[in-house]
Each structure stands twice: as structure tokens, then as C-alpha cells.
Design a protein around this ligand. Structure first.
Ligand code: ZN
Length: 138
């Protein structure tokens, strides 16, 4: 895969250095069957260092996860080799079934059918809390 010439796909740019792998995991990119590249610690004039994820192909992406991991990241949607759209994803107010509560005493640990829901409780500090037990997401 030539990482510079994506025909149809998505480039997630300006990810805070060190967060690229976490976003890759949360997006489930290890399970897709298209080419995916993570480029870590790219020198950026604006940020010092950044991570970039390039997805060469059309895969369903939960955009909320990008806003959750790094609302400063930019999403570039590429169609037919051209940049169609460039946008940022705001921090979602609610995360549903994307991350799990880590508190072993949380009701979601024993009630398997309950949805895992986190609410943004502190936007400035990017804090999400489980709606059942208020444990912080991390
Ligand atoms: Zn919980």
C-alpha cells in the first residue's frame, strides 16, 4: 500500500502522539480486511509530534470514537483520489456500547444485556462517566 495515494478511504490526521494505537483498537481496525496504516510520531509543525491513521478502503467507522479519543484530530474523507471532506468530530455527549465499564461491581458486569453507556460529564477535561456507577472511562 502506498500510504500517500489513497483512492477511496479515510485519513485520520493530527491525532495526539501516542493515541493512534488506542484509536486503532477502539475502531476495530485490526478486524477490517482493507489496508490500514498507522504512522506514529510524525513531526508536525503545529503539534510537535502526531499520529496518523490511513484507511485504504471503505469501512464503517464510528466517528464518535474519534471525538472521544481526540477531538482535535482531523478526519479527511477521500473519494477517487480527491479530498472530499475535511472535518473535526466533536466530543460525543454519550457513548453507547463502544467502551465497557471497568468497575467489577458495576451492574453492567452482571447484567450482560444492559447497554454500556457513558456520558460526557466534564468537557474541559474530557471526562466520561458510566451512567450506572459513575466510574470514569479511560
Ligand atoms: Zn459502571
Amino acid at each position: 500500500m502506498n500510504v500517500d495515494s489513497i483512492l477511496n478511504g479515510v485519513v485520520i490526521d493530527h491525532i495526539e502522539a501516542g493515541s493512534g494505537m488506542r484509536l486503532y483498537d477502539l475502531l476495530g481496525l485490526d478486524e477490517v480486511d482493507v489496508s490500514v496504516a498507522i504512522i506514529k510520531n510524525v513531526t508536525s509543525r503545529k503539534m510537535g509530534k502526531k499520529d496518523i491513521i490511513k484507511i485504504d478502503g471503505e469501512v464503517p467507522i464510528d466517528f464518535d470514537l474519534i471525538g472521544f479519543v481526540d477531538p482535535e484530530a482531523t478526519l479527511n474523507i477521500i473519494k477517487d483520489g480527491k479530498l472530499m471532506e475535511k472535518k473535526r468530530i466533536d466530543m460525543p455527549l454519550e457513548l453507547r456500547n463502544v467502551i465497557k465499564c471497568k468497575n467489577p461491581r458495576c451492574i453492567t458486569s452482571c447484567e450482560q444485556e444492559l447497554p454500556h453507556v457513558f456520558k460526557l460529564t466534564d468537557k474541559d477535561n474530557k471526562v466520561y462517566r458510566c451512567i450506572y456507577c459513575e466510574t470514569k472511562a479511560n
